[in-house]
Design a protein around this ligand. Structure first.
Ligand SMILES: C[S@@+](CC[C@H](N)C(=O)[O-])C[C@H]1O[C@@H](n2cnc3c(N)ncnc32)[C@H](O)[C@@H]1O
Length: 417
């Protein structure tokens, strides 16, 4: 049906920033409609149809609008335009409702769990829905044109300003001249106003699980390490390394994680996917000098940053290594608590099974993809573990992304701590 215009009434949100309609109505194929809101009657143009049970469409005309609809604050948002945001056309409160509905739906479908009594909505972070991105990757075309990509496309939309960015990150940096293999130009900043500009080049031909290999990234101007102030501490982190993008995220996630697992003085905590030590520092303060926090992190640069960031906390250490089932079994640490903050793919069955095998009294899980979290919680449930708490934060306003912080307890435990 690619290119066809359909008139449909749109239902609830799907994971990824669209709403689900049926064509023909009421029980035909699923149509994932972007730029629509639940309950709206729209004309939608099919953007991709590869046959099968579903296709994708963009709402190009709203015939009956939802009361939650607003004029997108960004001039580049809309059908066929910049694909960076998904929910510019919804009020911020409605965006959080949509994300909460997606989390509930993912747990129901994937983990067969009803989380509606645990999840009390998606919590707003301070700072408002615009001007929060401390890092933005702009695409660079072969001709040197800079912009942001259309949704699910390599096509570039020229933008002069991204309203999601903090000052210094909202305006696309100049790409090197000539661009010489540069596919992206990134602006990143920490708490201080200095901006690091990083050039991205394709990372070679090696494919892992059908994915593009990570870009080769180098700082072209500005500081090589960014300064971040969080949790009453100063962190220095490689400009291309991982740090939460929303300036209020580290404080919010660390507080939620501590509430989920309640680490006590003297306890041993295993902190998987530790990065440059943000959550490690919060956990180390909670267990005190009589306790221990052992982080595991695969990036050597992040491990070096963590060593410097945690130098005043002798109870905390981040080791270099990949989190795998074998590595966890070899650790020879009987942790009281395990926390994990994996990349979007989640921890996976083997790692979840191995860390449950370590026999902690609680697991705390920080997740940037509710589907991956639900998959890993389902594995824990097979071993009798129960989801005891679930909070969600709107750390990526205007987009479909949402961060969850979950607490899991072993069979028989009523709550963590
Ligand atoms: C979402 S970040 C979390 C970082 C840190 N907890 C924080 O709050 O800043 C995920 C981290 O996991 C690391 N990582 C990815 N895959 C890994 C693996 N298999 N083993 C260990 N670390 C991994 C990445 O380098 C990244 O630092």
């Amino acid at each position: 049906m690619s290119g066809r215009t359909l008139e449909v009434t749109v239902g609830g949100p799907a994971h990824g920033g669209s709403c689900v309609a049926r064509y023909p109505e009421p029980d035909g194929r699923a149509v994932f409609v972007r730029h629509a809101l639940p309950g709206e009657r729209v004309r939608a143009v099919v953007t991709s149809d590869r046959g099968g049970a579903y296709c994708f469409a963009d709402a190009v005309e709203v015939l009956e609008a939802s009361p939650d609809r607003v004029e997108p604050p960004c001039p580049y948002a809309g059908p066929g335009r910049c694909g960076g945001c998904d929910w510019q056309h919804a009020t911020p409160a409605a965006q959080r409702e949509l994300k909460a509905a997606v989390i509930r739906d993912q747990f129901a479908r994937i983990a067969r769990q009803d989380v509606s009594t645990l999840l009390h909505g998606v919590e707003e972070l301070p700072g408002g829905p615009l001007g929060w991105r401390t890092r933005n990757l702009y695409a660079v075309g072969r001709d040197g044109r800079v912009g942001l990509r259309k949704h699910a496309s390599h096509e570039i939309v020229t933008v002069e300003h991204c309203p999601l960015g903090v000052p210094g990150v909202a305006d696309p940096p100049e790409p090197p001249v000539p661009p010489r293999g540069v596919t992206g130009i990134e602006a990143a900043r920490g708490t201080l106003p200095d901006v690091a500009v990083l050039a991205h080049r394709a990372g070679g031909n090696r494919q892992r699980r059908g994915r593009r290999p990570p870009d080769r990234v180098e700082v072209v101007t500005g500081p090589r390490r960014l300064h971040h102030h969080a949790l009453g501490r100063d962190f220095r982190v490689a400009a291309g390394g991982f740090w939460q993008v929303h300036p209020a995220a580290v404080e919010a996630f660390a507080a939620a994680l501590l509430a989920a697992v309640r680490p006590a003085a003297g306890e041993r905590v295993l902190d998987l996917y530790a990065g440059a030590g943000a959550l490690t520092a919060a956990l180390a303060a909670a267990v005190g000098e009589s306790g221990a926090v052992i982080g595991v992190e695969s990036s050597r640069t992040a491990v070096a940053d963590a060593a410097a960031n945690l130098a005043d906390l002798p109870q905390a250490r981040v080791r270099h290594g990949r989190v795998t089932a074998d590595a966890l079994t070899d650790l020879a640490v009987g942790p009281d608590v395990v926390v994990l903050d994996p990349p979007r793919t989640g921890a996976g069955r083997d790692v979840m099974t191995a860390l449950i095998g370590l026999g902690p009294r609680a697991i705390g899980y920080v997740a940037c993809d509710p589907a991956a979290l639900a998959r890993d919680v389902a594995v824990a449930a097979e071993h009798g573990w129960r989801l005891a708490s679930l909070r969600a934060f709107d750390a990526f306003p205007m987009t479909h992304h949402v961060e969850c912080v979950a607490g899991l307890v072993p069979p028989g435990a009523v709550s963590a701590g």
